[in-house]
Design a protein around this ligand. Sequence first.
Ligand code: FAD
Length: 288
Amino acid sequence: MTAPQISFEFFPPKNLEASFRLWDTVQVLAPLAPRFVSVTYGAGGTTRELTRDAVATLHKSSGLNVAAHLTCVQASREETLAIADSFALAGVTDIVALRGDPPQGAGHFTPHPGGFANSVELIQALAETGKFAIRVGAYPDIHPEAASAQADIDWLKAKLDAGADEALTQFFFEAETFFRFRDACAKAGIDKQITPGILPIENWKGARNFARRCGTHIPAWVEDAFDKATRDGREDLLATAICTELCSELIDGGVDKLHFYTLNRPELTRDVCHALGVTPRVALQNVA
Ligand code: FAD
């Protein structure tokens, strides 16, 4: 099995303790030489300044290729593009461009009166600047707001045709889900990189709630296995085994890039990467 290329998602820290946790996460995962690391943008646009500061600091001090998430939520076009410009000024030219979700409890996405109406408009505007490499979200289990599976894929094609370079998927539990999606994308004429998003399950209850919120199908065998493992206090072992197995099946099916949702907890992601043959790359001069 050839070791895959990997990338990691972090979220911006909200306090000093969380800042240390993020830095620890970076220290543990950076030696695995990720393609890029990305920093999320809080739902409802809530972490605008934190995301900007976190990407700038990570870019300056980690030497990693950093991608900033950016959403259309609760901001005018000018404000959104000003944030993108602030990323570019800090040397960060990779953006994960999203429509975004509204603040919790606000129901459906409603565009800001002077804002981008949807992700395609945002992608077009970012692409027109010529400054950014653009990645977008994709949904192997179908986005809850999609009219149909085909409509979801047509919309993804529109996002890629608008100037995006790569799609990162929402997490899913079975490799077959990704393979079906990849085939349907190819059939729709999508020829850009589609990278599976992988969630190492640190906390089953949290992951299950998250999956339900974003429409990710939870197979019965996963529910059963975690229920038993939780009772036996062996959640960690099961999480590592399930995640490694999923990644191995994806690699066997031709996937060469994986994007890990780390939740700023690096151990499980690191263990899975090691099991897949992604090991630390230490420069000899740093060892001598
Ligand atoms: P879109 O793909 O634009 O829309 C979602 C779906 O709705 C589409 O797949 C399509 O089926 C349908 N749709 C929407 N508009 C139209 C239209 N005009 N015509 C037809 N169909 C339409 N959220 C955050 O708040 N912050 C983050 O940092 C963040 N990071 C993420 C990273 C990744 C890799 C992924 C997959 C998701 C992330 N999210 C984040 C969640 C994301 O904001 C939500 O899933 C949101 O509901 C959709 O955003 P999107 O850009 O994928 O939307």
